[in-house]
Design a protein around this ligand. Structure first.
Ligand code: AHR
Length: 774
């Protein structure tokens, strides 16, 4: 039995809903990342309390106008189970909501009718025995175009040490002594020596503090210092390129002028590789740069290794070091480049687009700590870095050029996020002080896109080794300005940035982070971190966005909690460490929705992508790694089969069961995009005349899909890519983890069509992609 009380509701649940004349007075507010699209609130009374992390797109507002209202986010209190209102449904006009403890008759009537329409649909689908579906696909040579960038990711710097300590191949942690203010964090001193931070005669303005290593009396043993990397160093049989800046002080004495550098175990007793470096060229009291190769012949058995620099017995005096660096071979051999194994897995995902460099880390913890593009280019000794939004220090060694070069190397389209005068501390640049920040972005875009020969910034790019402009088609102005105090100032910030940038860069599509307090931008970014049921219930979310209107970039989304009862607080109890099969299926349902709404969705981006499992602030993530291995999560595998099999047009398709006919399927109703617990889309790659069918099942039983293609009688052999939890298994309990990295893998099966007819069994809780020549 269901209790006859609606206990909680919020605008998030009201996508496309009609809530005409409702009275929400007295509703409690929650602090959640919420939004709503296409809600009709004409005549409703909404309490005027300040809200955080919410937004409302294209809704009919209480006063009957279209457009944004200040963030609103409602919870109606009650004492029963938590149940949600469903999107796309017309609720009772004039509904009055009761508050703590009081339930009025009208609400009871409403809720009974709600149960009658909403819940049985879910239950019957789960319990259905009728799991034979007939799928009709109409072959065609034209149809709604699907953006080629459709399935992407956000690559946010700093989070989970995704760049420093992750994708950025640098092995040395705190290489320029910038962590924890200025410190020797991560450096261990051994032998008859001591070390401290010194700021006299620094290496550069950007790197103002160095290590002073002191051997006070003439030593009779080796001394030195070692660094354990970002939670370990992988020592493999290969060449490493190491370097440092070195300054011997007047009182220094180094027998033979030779240092020994290499890799050891944590005790220093086992040396895996060592290289001697003659530093006699370094003049007394002056900085001198040394670079050299360390060759490892036999790999170390674990990654609990250290990089060391050691002084011979008899050394004495003070020696200074800065920017101590060591790189393994990098992805595509780029200098200062990406870690090969992570980059390869990233590349194999075949993301259509990469949004960078954030996220919150674009904004920075405060205005001076924002992403300042020109601090991230050029010689490493001239990059000051900044305090990371998520953890420690952000060296920005993997700076703007490295990020964009990597994106280009993997064949993805960048979605460049630019700083828009608002930081994580909630402070905004006042409008009369905004111009320098706008100029900063103009210079950034000139730097990336202008001619190397006729533009000063383009010339700078060329001097840094890149003459060809980057292909920047999308620029997002800011990040999550629906948060905190963002909405209060985004109106002028968006307007001033957009007007200046769109005039100067007419070929770039600009993306707003919210429609709260701005008029219709070309594209708006929509973020969702939720439970699986949210994505399943919101399959038609974007079908209900009014057209015409801003296009939508789903710039961040992921299942972060597998417990469906936590829909109103996915950040709380049940937050997952690794995505499960249940998460992957729910995300795939949502992705099918993206493709189906290709007229309005430009792309959907999983977030975040990278996680150093030993230095984590946010879970789950798509690619998880430690110092020596890389994990493809369940969500990764699901996104991969979607991204690498992307059609360029949508084909009309309908699904029916034994009680339906294809002719009677209505747009937006059962049979269109979904039937019971099966979600689907048929698309075509017209370049190679291939049918691509994507299916996601949230059923606990297998579903047999019998397919008939109309307009192609071809008999052909194709491939099904199948990702499933396995029969009779709770899909929320199945996940690829560091301990069990291959719990789920992609299974391929051959599919044969005879005269355009073929069948496939879709396992319970699975994601399936079928490709078939037409
Ligand atoms: O993806 C992690 C964070 O989530 C991003 O930094 C921010 O944009 C969002 O709140």
């Amino acid at each position: 039995m269901y209790k006859t009380v609606v206990t909680e509701t919020r605008f998030t649940d009201f996508v496309g809903a009609s809530l005409v004349g409702c009275n929400f007075s007295g509703a409690r507010l929650v602090n959640q990342n919420t939004d709503s699209i296409g809600t009709n609130l004409t005549g409703s009374i909404i309490p005027d309390e300040p809200l955080i992390r919410s937004k409302l797109y294209n809704s009919i507002l209480p006063n009957g106008t279209w457009g944004p209202i200040p963030s609103k986010n409602l919870v109606v209190n009650g004492d029963a189970e938590q149940n949600k209102l469903i999107a796309n449904r017309t609720y009772l006009t004039g509904w009055i909501v009761s508050f703590p403890g009081r339930i009025i008759a009208m609400l009871v009537i409403f809720y009974i009718s709600f149960l009658a329409t909403a819940v049985p649909g879910l239950l019957s689908a789960h319990q259905s025995n009728d799991n034979i579906v007939s799928l009709n696909i109409e072959n065609a040579d034209s149809g709604q175009a699907i953006p080629s960038i459709m399935h992407g990711v956000i690559l946010e710097t700093n989070i989970n040490r995704g760049d420093d300590g992750g994708l950025y191949a640098e092995l040395i942690y705190n290489r320029a002594f910038q962590e924890n203010g200025r410190s020797l964090d991560g450096w261990l001193i051994f032998g008859q020596a001591s070390a401290n931070i010194n700021t006299d005669e620094p290496l550069s303005t950007a790197l103002p503090a160095q290590m002073r290593f002191s051997i006070n009396a003439q030593s009779n043993n080796i001394s030195g210092f070692r660094n354990g990397g970002f939670a370990g160093i992988n020592v493999a049989a290969q060449n490493y390129t190491a370097s440092f800046f070195y300054r011997p002080l007047t009182n220094s004495y180094l027998p033979g002028n030779t240092l020994s550098i290499g890799f050891s175990d944590s005790t220093g007793q086992i040396i895996y590789a060592m290289q001697t470096v003659n530093v006699s060229k370094a003049p007394i009291n002056q900085w001198y740069y040394f670079t050299f190769i360390i060759t490892v012949v036999n790999a170390a058995p674990t990654s609990k290794n250290f990089f060391f620099i050691q002084f011979p017995s008899g050394s004495q005096g003070d020696f200074e070091f800065n920017l101590i660096s060591c790189f393994p071979p990098t992805f595509k051999n780029r200098p200062n480049g990406a870690r090969n194994d992570i980059a390869q897995v990233f590349s194999d995902l075949k993301p259509g687009c990469v949004r960078l460099p954030g996220g919150d880390d674009l904004e920075g913890l405060s205005i001076p700590e924002r992403f300042i593009w020109n601090n991230t280019i050029g010689f490493l000794e001239n990059r000051p870095g900044r305090r990371g939004r998520w953890i420690g220090y952000n060296t920005q060694g993997f700076g703007l050029l490295e990020l964009l070069t990597f994106t280009e190397d993997i064949g993805a389209t960048p979605i460049l996020a630019v700083y828009a005068g608002y930081s994580v501390d909630g402070k905004a640049v006042p409008e009369d002080q905004l111009q320098p920040y706008i100029d900063e972005v103009i210079n950034e875009l000139d730097f990336l896109t202008a001619s190397a020969d006729s533009n000063k910034m383009g010339g700078l790019r060329k001097r840094l080794g890149r003459s060809q402009p980057f292909d920047i088609r999308y620029v997002e102005i800011g990040n999550e300005d629906f948060n905190g105090y963002g909405p209060q100032t985004y109106g002028y910030r968006w307007r001033d940035f957009y007007n200046a940038l769109s005039q100067r860069f007419p070929n770039i599509t600009f993306i707003a982070t919210t429609t709260t307090s701005i008029t219709t931008p070309p594209v708006v970014d929509d973020h969702n971190y939720q439970v699986p049921l949210f994505y399943i219930e919101n399959f038609r979310r974007y079908e209900n966005v009014p057209r015409p209107g801003p296009k939508v970039l789903v710039g961040e989304f992921a299942v972060i909690n597998d417990d469906d009862s936590q829909m109103d607080n996915p950040w709380g109890s049940g937050r997952i460490s690794f995505s499960s099969m249940k998460s992957a299926v729910a995300e795939s349902v949502y992705r099918i929705g993206f493709e189906r709404n290709s007229d309005i969705i430009i792309a959907g981006l999983y977030a975040p992508i990278l996680q150093n499992v030993d230095i984590t602030q946010w879970t789950p993530n798509l690619i998880v790694f430690n110092a020596s291995s890389v994990l493809k999560t369940t969500s990764y595998l699901a996104q991969k089969i979607f991204a690498e099999n992307l059609g360029n047009i949508i084909l009309h398709s309908t699904a029916t069961n034994s009680t339906m006919t294809h002719q009677s399927v209505q747009q937006g109703q059962e049979g269109d995009g979904k039937l019971g617990n099966l979600y689907f889309i048929a698309t075509k790659n017209t370049d190679n005349n291939t049918l691509i069918v994507k299916l996601a099942s949230v059923d606990s039983n297998d579903t047999i899909v019998k397919t008939q293609i109309h307009g192609s009688m071809a008999s052909a052999t194709g491939t099904a890519y199948i990702l499933s939890a396995g029969p009779g298994v709770d899909p929320s309990k199945v996940a690829n983890t560091m301990d069990n990295p291959n719990a789920v893998s992609i299974v391929t099966k051959s599919i044969s069509s005879i005269n355009g007819t073929w069948s496939i069994t879709i396992p319970s809780w699975s994601v399936v992609v079928v490709t078939l020549p037409l």
